[in-house]
Design a protein around this ligand. Structure first.
Ligand code: SF4
Length: 707
């Protein structure tokens, strides 16, 4: 705490929006924040911020905040304010009744990527030890679960390989399915600075993101692929690298599994994976595919093996949800990992494979064991030693069977075998695909407990509402996209009297599974005792070092800025097969356009926070971007209302005519519940992880009168 200026004090804490994890000084007068100042010593942001972190914190004291627990017997009845004791006791007795009547597996829970590591850890502990099953999932299911699978299979761990600072040493940057200047603005600025200094840029995206349009940056290659053909593009790039002698043979021989590499080399070398063979599928011209592959591997769009004689350039890959939210999301992540290994772009500054994580603590929620098959530290529940470790520490027997994913929970609710959900800080009605399906499943449940700061869309289907606490009202830690664990510090008391971790502790006690922590630091101590990658993390060490990038243990006592330096986490890097399979979501005469989705700078995800701040002045509605040619064919003018229909549902938006999207593709953001972006997305999902295929929905667009 620093005494300063007209504010009475300032407290250094971490932004609760995106995965950059900027540090701020929250200037406080009384119990109110008066200003958020980017913290100059913040190791992720170095004194910078964006319009979200700097200005959009007023939601924390917005009149819509829920300040009292509430219950109701059915979702058709009005809410009744009750005491914390009554709400928690009611929730616990309902969960126990359901388990007695329908079995131990009839209940489950969702952790929140907006809550702290400590809170996430406690929720999955409550599910596993209190409910006695592994029915726990997290919003990473619908964003970066393919990253977990793909990087786990190839490198051995699910995390970005670099620090944000590393981009300063990149010669070539490949941005795939990400829009850093809107989604991760402080990193986006750092990337632009490096590009202005001369680093070359390759963008793989069906839409012209701002990096492509910036007057000061020339993207050497913008591969405007047809949505859903990512894997075909990555295979074409790999084909060029393999067939033109651009593989880093020494790196592969020393660091990678020989058998898997031989398999991969033969596969991508097949003429069926050549740019010429895949041009029609991807919509990307052969010259662009060949030029991009050569640039990534050699630093020149016309580079050859001879250019690699003296020095290999540093090629860095940054990717986002345009990679993961596909039916082949996991395959594409593995394709990216293969490409980086084949060119030796792993294990030093300026290179790497970097998923740009969307939410402030989505990396942390995954690290903390929020998946139904993994305990904290990505250890599978089927492993007897792992179960014994946690079982002994928690005083229970851990179920050896993986639990239900959120998609399975919803299906099970519809078939009558899943009846109770504890949902902390996630609005699945607005954020999950096919809203009608989610709502129907929630309606079938007998006890839905929502813990949130606002009465969100999911709360409409809840029986118990437990007020959440904003990031300003609690202590804890967030982990950003660089694996950087940073402190969240309490700036003001919780508006409803309890931080989220305290509510989970109370709920566990009411369930008959006592938890006992005086402070979140004690929860972190438990995490460190049970999780080797966190072994050296404590609040004392965080005070001393400012932040810590995991793994942090005896081998890496100060943390690990760059992963896989001497060897991959799994030992030898493993090349994985990446056969392209076209999505089931086909355009036809009825649905001739492809809808894809994304974010805008001033809003954040479902908008529950930013919509309640002056950020609405910048972006007050979601609009549909449509190419002028498609608009003209339909008689649509700029600003017109249009109806959008898909196989899942229909909604209405206003149209923006723009050349940013290519003919045949339309695009919208998803920050406003009334725009219903997920009313039209479908149930298609990634083959390995069930991550929804948000990025490819076949739609029709027609003019309509104002709704
Ligand atoms: Fe930083 Fe992201 Fe917060 Fe913006 S939203 S201030 S980039 S953490």
């Amino acid at each position: 705490v620093i005494e300063q200026g007209q504010a009475e004090k300032s407290v250094v804490t971490t932004c609760a929006y995106c995965g950059v994890g900027c540090a701020f000084e929250a200037e406080v007068k009384g119990n109110e924040v008066v200003r958020m100042v980017p913290y100059k010593d913040g190791q992720a942001n170095r004194g910078h911020s964006c319009v979200k972190g700097r200005f959009a914190w007023g939601y924390a004291t917005h009149p819509d905040r829920i300040k009292s627990p509430m219950i109701r017997a059915s979702i058709d009845e009005p809410w009744r304010e009750v005491s914390w004791e009554e709400a928690i006791s009611h929730a616990a007795s309902e969960f126990r009744r359901i388990q007695a009547e329908h079995g131990r597996g009839a209940v489950g829970g969702l952790t929140s990527s907006r809550c702290t590591n400590e809170e996430t850890y406690l929720v999955q502990k409550l599910i596993r030890a209190g409910f006695g099953n592994n029915n726990v999932d997290t919003c990473a299911r619908v964003c970066h679960s393919p990253t977990g699978y793909g990087l786990g299979q190839t490198y051995g761990t699910s995390a970005g390989t670099q620090t944000f600072d590393s981009v300063q040493y990149a010669d070539v940057v490949m941005v795939i399915g990400a829009n850093p200047t809107d989604g991760h603005p402080v990193f986006g600025s750092r990337l632009k600075r490096r590009l202005r200094q001369g680093a070359k840029l390759i963008v793989i995206d069906p839409r012209a993101i701002d990096l492509v349009r910036s007057p000061h940056i020339a993207a050497a290659h913008h591969l405007k692929l047809r949505p859903g053909t990512n894997v075909a593009v990555i295979n074409a790039l790999a084909h060029v690298i393999v067939t033109e002698g651009l593989v880093d043979e020494a790196f592969v021989a020393e660091r990678c599994d020989a058998e898997s590499f031989a398999m991969w080399r033969a596969f991508v070398a097949d003429p069926a994976n050549s740019p010429e063979a895949l041009e029609a599928t991807t919509g990307v011209p052969v010259a662009e595919l060949r030029g991009a592959a050569r640039l990534y591997a050699t630093g020149r769009s016309d580079g050859t093996a001879a250019d690699l004689a003296n020095r290999r350039p540093n090629g860095a890959i940054y990717y986002g949800l345009g990679v993961t939210e596909h039916s082949q999301g996991s395959t594409m992540v593995m394709g990216i990992a293969n490409l980086a290994m084949a060119t030796g772009n792993i294990g030093r500054e300026g290179v790497g494979v970097n998923p740009l994580r969307g939410q402030n603590n989505v990396q942390g929620s995954c690290d903390m064991g929020s998946f139904p098959h993994e305990l904290p530290g990505y250890r599978h529940v089927s492993d007897p030693l792992t179960r014994a470790l946690f079982g002994e520490a928690w005083g229970v027997d851990i179920d050896p069977e993986p639990g239900l994913r959120i998609t399975n929970m919803l299906e099970a609710a519809l078939d009558g075998s899943f009846k109770g959900l504890y949902c902390q800080g996630e609005d699945i009605v607005q954020s999950d695909p096919n809203t009608q399906h989610v709502e129907a499943a929630l309606r079938e449940m007998e006890c839905v407990v929502v813990q949130d700061i606002f009465l969100n869309e999911t709360a409409k289907f809840a029986h118990v509402l437990l007020p959440g606490a904003s990031f300003l009202e609690k202590d804890g830690t967030f982990t950003n996209a660089e694996r950087r664990i940073s402190r969240v510090r309490k700036v003001m008391p919780p508006l409803a009297g309890k931080a989220d971790w305290e509510v989970t502790v109370d709920l566990a006690r009411a369930l008959g599974y006592p938890m006992d922590y005086a402070h979140p630091s004690e929860i972190m101590d438990e995490i460190a005792r049970l999780t080797p990658t966190f072994a050296g993390v404590s609040y004392e060490r965080l005070e001393e070092l400012g932040s810590i990038q995991w793994p942090c243990n005896a081998a890496q006592p100060e943390g690990t800025p760059t992963m896989h330096v001497a060897g991959f986490v799994r030992g030898k890097g493993r090349f994985m097969p990446t056969r392209y399979v076209a999505t089931e979501e086909k355009v036809n005469a009825r649905y001739p356009l492809i809808l894809t989705t994304g974010r805008i700078l001033s809003q954040y995800n479902v908008g529950a926070q930013t919509r309640r701040t002056p950020n609405n002045l910048w972006h007050a509605e979601d609009r549909l971007e449509i190419h002028p040619q498609d608009a003209e064919e339909r008689g649509i003018h700029d600003g017109d209302w249009v109806g959008i229909s898909s196989r899942a549902g229909e909604t209405v938006l206003r149209a923006t005519l723009t050349g940013r999207v290519q003919p045949g593709v339309v695009y919208t953001t998803f920050h406003f519940p009334e725009s219903g972006a997920n009313v039209i997305t479908t149930d298609n999902s990634d083959w390995a992880t069930n991550c929804p295929e948000y990025k490819v929905t076949a739609v029709q667009v027609v003019p309509v009168s104002k709704p």
